[in-house]
Each structure stands twice: as structure tokens, then as C-alpha cells.
Ligand binder design. Structure first.
Ligand code: DHE
Length: 561
């Protein structure tokens, strides 16, 4: 036991270091059994950490620490925290969601689970362990060495038109033949697998799960086969290969949410090579202990990756030409960086600083910030969409989670035929009206005259289960609304079946939409003819469970959107 004198010294030290509030408030959190804490921990990781952060400091979602205090620019101090809100209020927020964008969990979690979560988030956050290069090495499985893999493609499948489809809640990936629309293979991947990216060669699919597991799938086998896996950490969202000439697929980079770092691996075997921490200072000059790695993309014009660090608002250009002596350019933009894509020329990468309601554009040629564009609330581009606007020339489009618009931003081009549009560059030139907030993804294709937009996070069934199609020739025309759930022919279910992530086939004449139902409901992939907007095919199968992202090999390999 501490002596009274020692406890006074300790208390003074704790107060001086400013670390007392949470620990003391934490002891005031409601009682929980160990079993309940474990449930809370699991649900928090699976459902909440993505938006609120492992340390609960907030990003897209609010700060969920038991107690926080903030100093405004004018010196005014505000205080808050989950302890102040209390169990009853927190239960209500978790069950019903908020207007600020928090989704309702009353159809996902039971009443008991909601009560556990309301109590759990009043406790001091659990800090997961770090994950070192040694941990990565211990997790690495080279299932088939490179020299034992096929020397040529063994199947007759048109690989360029294969779709890698995330089956979110099963931890699996479906590989579907885009020509025949038959399921070619379903493979185990990480938990709630997030994105898939293609090797520069188009042969390998790299997939990353929310549990940090990277799976390397070889499409040259008779049926797609996993040839290597490795864990990056406890929580991850992004991967990409090295794509610059001379470095094609030599390396793979993966970004983690926890621990906050990025890892570099051998591109063909996933052998771990290097880990770099992203902990550091935000663009506002404050230290952040959990700056998570959001989107990553490989530049085509330099041996560099664009690494977007969420909480700090820093965009890092990581030069991979010398892994041992890594050079990084750190570009200040805005907090909290999330997803993004290339402009038409693939010189500028545009990324959403979503909670700042801005789009940051980085010039990968000069290694500088090209623009910071103010937009409506919570831009969420996916990778965005590029097309030639009839009045404003080349534009890049993003939808919004927090507003009923699609924003079109003018992007520069060296092509002399677009010189007359220069005055508009980096300005919002148009906002297309949508049927409500809650958009996640927009998509077009160079061969298409349409722009497709989903609205899966809209609370109304009629919007969440539908998509909107805009004609690029006449953007003054209202969009065509397509009821994807109805077209699927599947019976209506209690849970919403969210229509999400439009993805073109290789030819650019079909659009595939995921109809993302509950884990026990039948979901579907609904395919439309892009010209006529008529239903072409509904892919249903007991294996199609909770489909979300779809990645067409050719379009993903070449960043076509
Ligand atoms: Fe995503 C991309 C993070 C929730 C489907 N998502 C991304 C990227 C990031 C990210 C950082 C960009 C990766 C890249 O380009 O390198 N996503 C997050 C979250 O933090 C968040 C908000 C909460 C979480 O807990 O993960 C989240 N995402 C979701 C979903 O709930 C979605 C809709 C369904 C699912 O499968 O989980 C979802 N995210 C996607 C998809 C992409 C994506 C389909 C890739 C879009 C593309 O076209 O490239």
C-alpha cells in the first residue's frame, strides 16, 4: 500500500503531468464484469474504432474518452467526456445514432450489447500492444515460393475482367468472372476484409482485412490461390504495390490504424522488410499518439507512395528507391485524411480531409500541396470520378456523407485543348443535388456517359437501397433513381440492404452494384447495362454474404475511375 505522503507526491506528479483526469474518472466508470469488458473490447474494435480511434481521441467520429478538455484559440476551455454523458444518454446515442453522422446500432447490437458499450466507453481506453517487425516476421506465411507458382496463366478466364468482391462479415473474398458472371473462387481472407488492390502486372490481388491480415492471391492458377499472408498489426485499411517503372511489384506497402505505422514488404512474397511509425505532430502543432494510416497509392511518375496520415493531416511521399535510407517528403494539409483518388492526368492525388470538410490535392510531380478545397460536409470520394465537364473541362467528383451533393472540382491539365479552363482549376465548379446525405462512392469510366452515386448511409430505406445516375452530357437534368433492392427480386428484409460501391467492368459498359444485406439475409450483386440503365443480371448465391467493395482487375490495376 502507498503511504499517505507517497500518495500525495504521486498525486502531485500525476496532476503536473496532466494524466490524472482520465485515470481518476475511469475509476468512476460503471461496474463491469470481466466477461462484459471482453465483449465491450471486441465490439469496440469491430464497430467503433474505425471512426473514433483505438485511443478514442476521435477522428470522423467524436472523442469518446471518459474525460477530455479542449482549449480554443481564444483560450476558452471546454470539457466533456463519456462519464459526463452517462450510461442512459450513451445508450440512446448508440441505439439511435446522431445527426452528426453516427449510425444507429439498434438493428445491429442487442439491448444488452448496447448497455455494455455505453458502460465500456466510460472506462479508460484499453491500449492494444505494439506490433514490431519481429511480430510481422512471426506472422508471415509464404505458402507457395515464387519458383513453385505457375509460369503462365493456367485457366481460360479473362483475368482483366475478374472482380474481387469483399464479403465483409464472412472474412472472405469472392473472385467473380466478369464475362460469365460465375463465382470463380471464394477465399478466406482477414476479418472484415476492407480493400483489394492489383499488382502492376494484373496477376496478383492484394487484400487487407481490418485485423491487419494481408492476403496475396495468385490469379494464374486454375482457380485463384493464396500464396502468402502476413499480419501488419491489429487494425489496417490500405495496401498498394510499387508501380513506378523498374520497380513494378517489387515492394508492397500496408498502412495500419493500430499501431499507427506503415510497413514495407517484398511484393511477391510479403516478406516483411521495414516498419515506419507515423506518430508525431498534427498540422495544428499538437502531438498525437495515434495518427492512423488511411489511403495509400503508388505514384506512376516517381518511385513514391502517397501515404495519407489521418489524425495529423500530413501527406507523406515515401520514396522507395532506397528502402534502407528512406526519404520522405511530409506535406501539411488538413485533418482527418481518409480516402481519395487520382485526377485524370494521374499527377495529382485528391484526398478527403473529411472531418475538416476539405479536399487536399497533392502534386506528386513537385512534391507540394497543390490546393486545399473547401467543400460541403464530410466528403467521401472512395477514389472519386474523373470526366470532362461540358462547361468546365476536366473535373474530379466526390460525394459526401454529410450533405446531399456531389462536388465537382476542376483539375489542371497540360493538354492545350483544356487551357481555357485553367481559371477554374481547384475551384468547386458545380454541386450536383442528390436525394440526401449518406453517399459513399461515385464512379464513372472513360467509355461511359454516366456518373453513378450510391447513398448507403442514408437513413431512409428508399435512398439507402437505391443509386442515382447522372448523365454527363447534361448535368442540369435530374438523375435517374434506380431501386437496386427492388431490381434484385429478393424479398424485403428488416435490416436495410444498402446499395453500394458502383464498379464498372473492363469494357466500361456495365455497372456492378453490391446489395449489402444483413449477415443472415441473402445479398446480391446487381449488374446494370450502363447505356440503357436496364437490369442485366442478379448474382445471388448463398456464398454472397454482405458484399461491399468490388474491384475490377483492369480498372483497379490502371486506376480507371
Ligand atoms: Fe472503408 C476504402 C477506412 C468503413 C468500404 N476505407 C477505405 C480507405 C480507408 C477506409 C482509409 C482507403 C483505402 C485506400 O485507398 O488505400 N472505412 C474506413 C474507416 O475507417 C471506416 C469509416 C470505419 C471502419 O471501421 O472501417 C470505413 N468502408 C467502411 C465500411 O463500412 C464500408 C462501406 C464497407 C466495408 O466493406 O467495410 C467500407 N472502404 C470501403 C471500400 C473502399 C474503402 C469499398 C475502397 C473504395 C475504392 O473504390 O477504392
Amino acid at each position: 500500500m502507498m503511504t499517505p505522503k507517497l500518495s500525495r507526491v504521486a498525486a502531485a506528479l500525476v496532476a503536473m503531468l496532466g494524466i490524472g483526469a482520465q485515470a481518476q474518472q475511469g475509476t468512476a466508470a460503471p461496474e463491469m464484469s470481466q466477461a462484459e469488458v471482453e465483449i465491450g473490447k471486441k465490439i469496440y474494435f469491430e464497430r467503433c474504432a474505425g471512426c473514433h480511434g483505438v485511443l478514442r481521441k476521435g477522428a470522423t467520429g467524436k472523442n469518446l474518452e471518459p474525460h477530455w478538455s479542449k482549449k480554443a484559440a481564444d483560450g476558452a476551455v471546454s470539457e466533456g467526456g463519456t462519464l459526463k454523458l452517462g450510461t442512459a444518454r450513451l445508450e440512446k446515442i448508440i441505439a439511435l445514432g446522431t445527426e452528426g453522422g453516427m449510425v444507429n446500432y439498434d438493428d445491429i447490437l442487442t439491448k444488452e450489447e448496447i448497455n455494455i458499450m455505453a458502460r465500456y466507453i466510460q472506462r479508460t481506453p484499453d491500449v492494444p500492444p505494439e506490433f514490431s517487425l519481429k511480430d510481422m516476421e512471426a506472422s508471415w506465411k509464404l505458402l507457395v515460393p515464387v519458383d513453385q507458382r505457375p509460369k503462365k496463366q493456367m485457366s481460360k478466364v479473362n483475368l482483366k475482367n475478374v472482380f474481387a468482391i469483399t464479403l465483409r462479415d464472412t472474412g472472405k473474398l469472392a473472385l467473380v468472372d466478369g464475362d460469365t458472371k460465375n463465382i470463380w473462387q471464394v477465399l478466406d481472407t482477414g476479418y472484415a476484409v476492407h480493400i483489394s488492390r492489383l499488382s502492376a502486372s494484373g496477376r496478383y490481388v492484394y487484400t487487407v482485412g481490418r485485423d491487419g491480415l494481408v492476403t496475396l492471391i495468385d490469379l494464374w492458377y486454375e482457380t485463384p490461390t493464396t500464396v502468402a499472408t502476413v499480419k501488419l498489426g491489429a487494425d489496417a485499411r490500405s495496401v498498394d504495390t510499387s508501380k513506378f517503372k523498374g520497380f513494378e511489384d517489387k515492394y508492397l506497402i500496408g498502412g495500419t490504424y493500430w499501431p499507427p505505422q506503415y510497413s514495407i514488404m517484398d511484393g511477391e512474397t510479403l516478406k516483411p522488410m521495414k516498419i515506419v511509425s507515423t506518430r508525431g505532430n498534427t498540422v495544428d502543432g499538437e502531438y498525437h499518439p495515434e495518427p492512423r494510416v488511411a489511403s495509400i497509392v503508388s505514384s506512376m511518375i516517381k518511385p513514391e507512395w502517397v501515404v495519407n496520415v489521418k489524425e495529423t493531416g500530413q501527406i507523406m511521399l515515401v520514396d522507395y528507391s532506397d528502402i534502407k535510407n528512406l526519404k520522405t517528403t511530409t506535406i501539411e494539409s488538413a485533418k482527418f485524411l481518409h480516402d481519395g483518388g487520382w485526377d485524370m492526368t494521374k499527377r495529382y492525388f485528391l484526398v478527403a480531409a473529411n472531418a475538416s470538410h476539405k479536399i487536399a490535392a497533392v502534386d506528386t510531380k513537385t512534391g507540394k500541396l497543390a490546393a486545399l478545397v473547401d467543400t460541403k460536409k464530410i466528403p467521401h470520394p472512395g477514389r472519386g470520378a474523373n470526366f470532362i465537364h461540358p462547361q468546365f473541362g476536366p473535373v474530379w467528383a466526390t460525394g459526401h456523407l454529410g450533405d446531399a451533393v456531389i462536388t465537382l472540382i476542376s483539375t489542371p491539365s497540360d493538354d492545350s485543348k483544356f487551357a481555357k479552363y485553367k481559371q477554374h482549376n481547384w475551384k468547386v465548379v458545380q454541386e450536383l443535388k442528390t436525394g440526401g446525405a449518406g453517399n459513399l462512392f461515385v464512379k464513372t469510366h472513360p467509355k461511359s456517359g454516366n456518373l453513378w452515386a450510391d447513398m448507403p448511409m442514408n437513413p431512409e430505406r428508399e435512398n439507402a437501397e437505391a443509386v442515382y445516375v447522372y448523365s454527363l452530357k447534361d448535368l442540369s437534368k435530374p438523375p435517374v433513381k434506380i431501386d437496386v433492392a427492388k431490381d434484385s427480386g429478393l424479398p424485403q428484409t428488416k435490416a436495410l440492404r444498402r446499395a453500394t460501391h458502383p464498379e464498372y467492368n473492363q469494357a466500361g459498359d456495365e455497372v456492378w452494384i453490391s446489395l449489402w444485406g444483413g449477415k443472415t439475409d441473402q445479398s446480391a450483386i446487381v449488374v446494370y447495362d450502363d447505356k440503357t440503365l436496364k437490369l442485366k443480371k442478379v448474382i445471388t448465391d448463398p456464398r454472397i454474404v454482405t458484399p461491399t467493395g468490388k474491384f475490377n482487375v483492369w480498372n483497379t490495376q490502371h486506376d480507371i475511375y
